[in-house]
Write a protein of this length. Structure first.
Length: 274
């Protein structure tokens, strides 16, 4: 295991929490892994107000050689968020993408021991954090091209952009075939039993592009992720109550309620205000 930024202040929040690596990273240099993780963390969070009162004081990134990326919900009482990734040798695009998604869960207060995914609203969080990762990848690609972490590696910024574009193309095709792009409320009504599966299912993937548009048009709305899951029941409550609790949590933390209002309107859960 390797610790980085060990001198960071415990109160520095998610953007500055110290990072440590664990697991089997093979021949990958730990310093290179950390540089990519740090670049992606900043790509996702720079400019975002971190409003949560439940931010971890450190991050552990663990590489597994099989399985899916996840947050390890470890009941040891520590204030460490534990992220698991599964990437190939020096597959920096995949590392950034997987880390960005799981970092989104941490931002959304889904890193403590009680943060088990639940029906019926977990799919919304999956879509929101997937959108955050795609948003971060776009910014990372530009930053890498202009100022690569490894000398002379500017061209890899194009590889990151291509990696992101391939994901977006797939999700866009899903959104079109599902009917999301024509009427989000009807889409939610017609496919609700399939949508509310607690995973990054094809419907959550399609919805992530709608949310990505919101992030890019109104970057301030990302801060509302920090107000998620601060209530009993977390994602296991009815969707109408979920949006109500989310708006109340935004008010408590003085966060913008734009994201819950906009998504609630799109899905036909909340009345339109514009």
């Amino acid at each position: 295991m390797m610790s980085v930024n060990a001198q960071a202040e415990p109160s520095a929040g998610l953007l500055r929490a110290p990072v440590e690596l664990a697991g089997d990273w093979g021949r990958m240099l730990h310093g290179a892994v950390v540089q990519v993780v740090e670049r992606m963390r900043h790509a996702c969070l720079d400019g975002v107000r971190l409003v949560s009162d439940r931010q971890p004081t450190r991050l552990r990134i663990e590489e597994h050689t099989s399985g899916t990326p996840a947050i390890w919900l470890h009941p040891d009482g520590t204030s460490m968020a534990w992220i698991i990734v599964d990437i190939g040798e020096r597959d920096w695009s995949k590392l950034a993408y997987q880390f960005g998604h799981e970092l989104g869960h941490v931002l959304a207060n889904s890193w403590q021991a009680d943060a088990k995914p639940a029906l019926p609203c977990q799919w919304l969080e999956e879509a929101m954090v997937e959108a955050l990762s795609l948003h971060g990848l776009g910014r990372l690609a530009k930053d890498w091209k202009q100022n690569p972490p490894f000398a002379g590696d500017n061209a890899f910024g194009d590889a990151i952009a291509d990696y992101r574009a391939n994901i977006v193309r797939g999700y866009s095709a899903l959104a079109g075939s599902q009917g999301l792009t024509s009427d989000a409320a009807a889409w939610f009504h017609d496919h609700r039993s399939e949508i509310e599966v607690p995973a990054l299912n094809p419907f959550a993937q399609a919805m992530s592009l709608t949310i990505l548009t919101e992030y890019e048009q109104a970057p301030d709305c990302v801060e509302a992720l920090g107000a998620l899951n601060r209530w009993p029941g977390r994602s296991g409550i009815p969707v109408g109550e979920y949006f109500r609790k989310w708006k109340e949590s935004c008010a408590e933390l003085h966060a913008s309620p734009q994201l819950p209002l906009r998504l609630g309107e799109l899905l036909g859960i909340l009345p339109r205000t514009r």
